[in-house]
Design a protein around this ligand. Structure first.
Ligand code: NAD
Length: 477
């Protein structure tokens, strides 16, 4: 019999994830031993290394956690933040396991952390730190295309991923698949088109899918569809910026933006690119001419009037303390762990919908998977078949023209016959994954009226998939 209550946050972030897991596990019927194995972090590597800074030497704290080896390689980003700690890296690694399972990406979960504020280091120092971090992982067999494959996360991006790839390749000369040791690389270094924007694009697709279900929107007192829906986004980094960009491309209205220096709001909409330009020029979103109100406290921005809130900065932004003041009816979790269990329970009880992080921000790992495949294939998607497809479609059009006497314009012919580029294939794979996975989760929720939210449903689906892997290994009957 399932107990619908989620235990309060007993400890840290990993406890939160474990509480969600335990709550969902009650609906699965798997043996306790198997559930304990799935939940535990398999390998936690904590290390320290020195780097030269100015005239002195600084000791850097770092981690890599491989949560689950039910599939290889393991996969997960590296966070560069002075707030990183072991508990957080373990929680994020666990979320990666469930995330990969939800979107059918054949990896185990992992995560890395380097405890620094990147703003306090020169580019040369950051390069030194990243390369040394990579060397430490190589020494312990914690990185490799078939072992563990990092990616960007909070505070890291393409630049750091190229340093990792180059260090790995340098230390593994001649390894044919070496570039598959890390994803989120720049295109010029065997990256893939569409990876940078994939997480935010995925958040936008997930949100669009959620609001397309008319009966669910009716229950919230909203119309179906994104057109005109008012959105507040927290975080103007990779995930936040791209979520806002694609949500507005899909018809939503960005009415609020929150960054760590404060928040801005305009019920009639804000122009994202103008804000980015303003922030580049002044170093802040505050003082933006297009805003009607601004708040020096970023958290206040979350509480303004909107339909959809996209927290895309850090964990634990929506808690028991502020959730009662949140006006949004839908929370699309771009960040990992932005809603505490207590806040989630209160929000769901009020009838709100939370699109859970482990599904909502899975676009990044989905396209990372495509990048890894590209690195193993050693050929860009579309390279072999694009022109062949174009030629055969054009032959078909020409034949039809002859048979019917109807001729198409060159523009119409190109539209029909155009072969897919790598970016188009990546975006198509991402969209298919996000749409299918949303309905997989929603269908699980509908199987049992006691499954009160999409997060529980997502966990149930993920636990079942990981459990099947263990059973197939013959470890559990
Ligand atoms: P990022 O470093 O590119 O951006 C984070 C942004 O949040 C920065 O602009 C930062 O200034 C802002 N921020 C920090 N504290 C804030 C606060 N209190 N209020 C408002 N804004 C604040 O990082 P990112 O890659 O966009 O990651 C953001 C979140 O998304 C993290 O939780 C990360 O784990 C998650 N995520 C990222 C990816 C990815 O592909 N990058 C994939 C899945 C999940």
């Amino acid at each position: 019999m399932a107990d619908n209550k989620v235990a309060p946050n007993a400890g840290g972030f990993f406890d939160d994830v474990s509480n969600f897991f335990d709550h969902a596990a009650q609906f699965t019927g798997h043996p306790t031993g198997l559930l304990n194995q799935i939940k535990a972090c398999n390998s936690v590597y904590r290390f320290r290394f020195p780097i030269r800074k100015g005239d002195g030497v600084e000791v850097i704290d770092a981690w890599r956690v491989e949560h689950s080896h039910h599939m290889s390689p393991t996969k997960g980003g590296i966070r560069f933040s002075e707030m990183v700690n072991e508990d957080e890296v373990m929680a994020l690694a666990a979320l990666m396991t469930y995330k990969c399972a939800i979107v059918n990406v054949p990896f185990g979960g992992a995560k890395g952390g380097i405890k620094i504020n990147p703003k306090n280091y020169s580019i040369a120092e950051l390069e030194n730190i990243t390369r040394r971090y990579t060397v430490e992982l190589i020494k312990k067999n914690f990185i490799g295309p078939a072992i563990d494959v990092p990616a960007p996360d909070y505070g890291s991006g393409e630049r750091e991923m190229s340093w990792i790839a180059d260090t790995y390749y340098t230390m593994n000369p001649g390894q044919l698949d070496a570039m598959g040791c890390v994803t989120g690389k720049p295109i010029a270094l065997h990256g893939i088109h569409g990876r940078k924007e994939a997480t935010g694009r995925g958040v936008a697709i997930a949100t669009r899918e959620c609001v397309s279900v008319a009966e669910d929107m009716k229950a919230l007192g909203l119309t179906a569809g994104l057109e005109g829906k008012r959105v507040i986004v927290q975080g103007l980094g990779n995930v936040g910026y791209h979520s806002a960009k694609y949500l507005s491309q899909f018809g939503a209205l960005i009415v609020g933006l929150c960054e760590f220096e404060g928040a801005i709001y305009n019920a009639d909409g804000l122009d994202l690119e103008d804000i980015v330009a303003h922030r580049k020029e002044t170093g802040s979103i505050l003082g933006f001419k297009g805003a009607r109100s601004e708040f020096s406290n970023s958290a206040e921005g979350l509480e303004q009037d909107c339909d959809i809130l996209v927290p895309a900065a850090l964990e634990n932004q929506l808690t028991g303390e502020n959730i009662g003041r949140i006006k949004a009816k839908i929370i699309a979790e771009g960040a990992n762990g932005p809603t505490s269990p207590e806040a989630g329970a209160i929000f769901s009880k009020k009838g709100g919908i939370i699109i859970p992080d482990m599904y909502c921000n899975a676009g990044g790992v989905t396209v990372s998977y495509f990048e890894w495949l590209k690195n193993l294939y050693h050929v860009a998607f579309g390279r072999m078949d694009k022109r062949y497809e174009e030629t055969s479609s054009m032959n078909l059009i020409n034949l039809m023209e002859k048979m019917t006497g109807v001729s198409l314009s060159a523009e119409q012919k190109n539209l029909v016959a155009k072969g897919a580029t790598e970016l188009e294939l990546v975006n198509s794979g991402l969209e298919e994954t996000m749409i299918r996975s949303y309905h997989d989760i929603r269908d699980i929720k509908l199987t049992n009226s006691k499954i009160e939210d999409l997060r529980t449903a997502a966990f149930i689906g993920a636990i079942d998939k990981v459990a099947i892997s263990y059973m197939n290994m013959g470890i559990w009957p």
